[in-house]
Design a protein around this ligand. Structure first.
Ligand code: HH2
Length: 282
């Protein structure tokens, strides 16, 4: 099979035997696991550069926490947090910079500052968000979320979560293609923890192949998330082993291609080993 290729503006990433590592740079006071650590521009940039040195293939810069119940951030404040960080990282690193935002204006300003990817946890349901990414030929991460961060964990319910998420991706791929974002620019993300109960997360993780079968790379964000804490009885800072295990299981099945993580060095080691083993497959 041809390797998957993800087009981001003027470059393309090949998703081969080794999963790519997307390092998280949270420029927020309140992110669920590292809020307040990198709130000022210099600290966030230093952190991004450290993640690149540790082996990140992409950086994902966010200025608004999406943890359940998080307060929305006004657009000016989000711009103030992320634009200088994106600009500086795009200038000082070779790796593509992604912006994690639900706001079209923030996406546009970050693309103008050099971002190559827009990661929208709201799944590009806002036509303005589609236009911003299309105008810059940006890569996009289309994530599935039920509701909003304020409402998503209030009794999440699905008849069949895997079927619903897959149908959502099919519909998004069609709408995006009609609106100027070709499938080659799209990466899909089932949105672990976004409007999902524990069983929904496990069902999605066990059946990620359903999404990979759509022919686009799958991004997976499980790093330090609540379901790991619940199943293993671990606090946020104790979830690295669980996070790595879940990411490796998904990637080893060929069902996750981009791993969105806080702990880049450890994930990069796991990804390199997985790539080496995959290359030795007969
Ligand atoms: N998870 C978070 C934020 N953005 N984007 C994608 N594509 N997939 C994810 O799973 C995902 C995401 C939540 O993690 P984090 O950024 O650490 O926390 P917070 O939203 O509290 O800043």
């Amino acid at each position: 099979m041809d390797p998957l290729r993800w087009h981001l503006r003027d470059r393309a990433l090949d998703l081969g035997p080794r999963p790519l590592v997307m390092g998280i740079v949270n420029v927020t006071p309140d992110s669920f696991s590292d809020g307040g650590h990198f709130l000022d521009t210099a600290a966030a940039v230093e952190h991004g550069l450290k993640l690149v040195a540790e082996g990140a293939d992409i950086l994902d810069v966010g200025g608004e926490s999406t943890r359940p119940g998080a307060e929305p951030v006004p657009v000016d404040e989000e711009l103030r947090r992320v634009v200088p960080v994106v600009a500086e990282l795009a200038r000082r690193t070779q790796v593509p910079v992604s912006v994690d935002t639900m706001k079209p204006h923030v996406a546009r300003r970050c693309l103008e500052a050099g971002a190559a990817v827009v990661n929208d946890v709201a799944g590009f349901r806002d036509p303005e968000m589609i236009r911003a990414a299309a105008d810059h030929r940006a890569g996009v991460v289309v994530m599935h979320m039920r509701g909003t961060p304020q409402t998503m964990q209030v009794n999440p319910w699905y008849a069949d979560v895997v079927r619903e998420v897959r149908a959502f991706f099919e519909e998004r791929l069609r709408v995006l293609a009609e609106s100027g974002i070709p499938p080659g620019a799209v990466c899909l993300d089932p949105g672990i923890g976004f409007g999902k109960a524990l069983d929904h997360n496990l069902d999605l993780l066990a059946n990620l192949g359903e999404f990979a079968a759509l022919g686009r790379p799958v991004c997976l964000g499980v790093s330090r998330k609540g379901f790991i804490g619940k199943l293993c009885g671990r606090e946020k800072h104790e979830r690295l082993a669980g996070s790595l295990a879940v990411a490796c299981i998904a990637a080893a099945r060929g069902a996750a291609h981009v791993l969105r993580v806080h702990d880049v060095a450890a994930t990069r080691d796991a990804a390199v080993l997985l790539g080496a083993i995959n290359r030795s497959r007969r």
